[in-house]
Design a binder for this molecule. Structure first.
Ligand code: NI
Length: 197
């Protein structure tokens, strides 16, 4: 059973490795992630937000579980081109209740693989562009709070301390292992598959 982890869970700072195989396990993680995302009323969710150290994320920009045709899965995503920039409000399911303005590229050109293993080449702007950049950052352990200006950072500070306290308490109560153990588990999942023969 997957769950969305919150800041400062170490998976959120973990540099994920590329997906090398699309298999049933991946497909079932994706299904579970969509369910978690809808329950949290989000439009995107990256694998490391459910403590999986692999490079993929999901989007449904409608946030509407009825609109299955709007579900998108991006495996090993890359942003190959960025054009102009725009500031807009952003939030993250790993920081519930924290919203802040973030400047990002307005238009992007991307590549990835879908869940069928087909190569995707897409252009997008506005919400697609913002969400794609936000989720791709997650896969490299980068968070939207890293992009705040001094004033926004200052106003987020008390909220971040609150997240910090809540997570440390969850560790003390045994709900999560300590950071070293979490990182050991992520490293173990992040090993390349042994070569056959
Ligand atoms: Ni996020």
């Amino acid at each position: 059973m997957l769950r969305i982890v919150q800041y400062p869970h170490p998976a959120l700072r973990y540099e994920s490795r590329p997906v090398t195989e699309i298999n049933d396990e991946l497909r079932s993680w994706v299904r579970e992630m969509f369910d978690l995302m809808y329950a949290a009323r989000g439009v995107g969710l990256a694998a490391n937000q459910v403590a999986l150290p692999y490079r993929f994320f999901i989007l449904n920009l409608t946030a509407d579980p009825e609109q299955k045709d709007q579900e998108q899965v991006f495996i090993n995503p890359e942003i190959v081109k960025r054009h102009s920039s725009v500031e807009n409000e952003e939030g993250c399911l790993s920081f519930p209740g924290l919203y802040s303005n973030v400047r990002r590229a307005k238009k992007i050109k991307v590549t990835a693989y879908d869940l069928q293993g087909n190569e995707i080449h897409a252009d997008g702007e506005d919400l697609f562009s913002r969400a794609f950049q936000h989720e791709t950052d997650h896969l490299s352990g980068k968070l939207f709070i890293d992009m705040l200006g001094p004033l926004a950072r200052h106003s987020a500070a008390s909220k971040l301390r609150e997240f910090e306290r809540t997570f440390r308490q969850a560790q003390e109560s045994g709900e999560y292992p300590n950071d070293a153990e979490i990182i050991r588990q992520l490293d173990a999942m992040n090993q390349p598959a042994p070569a056959a023969g």
